[in-house]
Design a protein around this ligand. Structure first.
Ligand code: S3P
Length: 170
């Protein structure tokens, strides 16, 4: 079984995923990085050259490919739950762990991340804070429906979050 980390940008999927993989002695794959390597361009470029729809198609292909992995910790992109086919695939070949935090915490983290403006394309015209609130509200039911286990990373360290997930898995 694979372990898919799902959740909004800034919830700590990458940092928690790396520690969790070490702890469980499993391989770690970042789905966004895998996608960029496969396409030979950045996510931002894909959004600019095509559109979000094209990105979501490629993202679905990536999830299908990553489902062929075994015993791997996979950090997904924040919008992976939008497509029902991704949810079905992830649940079939693994468990889904939801990382969450409130909008204010996410805003602070995303703003403090210097790669965020270069790496993460805007998804609406609302401005960062309103976008977080809007998309969190829209995606929350999808995240909740998909999750087998939930960890709130707003209230704990990366190590603690990885520890909680490890105890759930073991
Ligand atoms: C997205 C989140 C990003 C990336 C893409 C779209 C989203 O991943 O997949 O920019 O829709 O929330 P992270 O959650 O790793 O930033």
């Amino acid at each position: 079984m694979n372990i898919f980390l799902i959740g909004f940008r800034g919830t700590g999927k990458t940092s928690v995923g790396k520690i969790l993989a070490q702890r469980l002695n499993r391989k770690y794959i970042d789905a966004d990085e895998y996608l960029e390597q496969k396409e030979g361009k950045t996510i931002k470029d894909i959004f600019e050259e095509c559109d979000e729809g094209k990105f979501r198609e490629i993202e679905s292909d990536v999830i299908a490919e990553l489902c062929l992995q075994n015993n791997t910790v996979i950090a997904t992109g924040g919008g992976v739950v939008i497509k029902e086919e991704n949810v079905k695939r992830m649940k079939k070949c693994g468990v889904a762990i939801l990382l969450e935090a409130d909008a204010d915490t996410l805003y602070k983290r995303i703003k403090g991340d210097i790669t965020s403006t270069t790496k993460r394309p805007g998804l609406t015209n609302y401005g960062e804070y309103q976008e977080i609130r809007y998309l969190l509200g829209k995606r929350k039911p999808l995240y909740d429906k998909t999750a087998d286990f939930v960890v709130n990373t707003g209230k704990m360290s990366i190590d603690e979050a990885a520890g909680k997930i490890a105890s759930f898995i073991e």
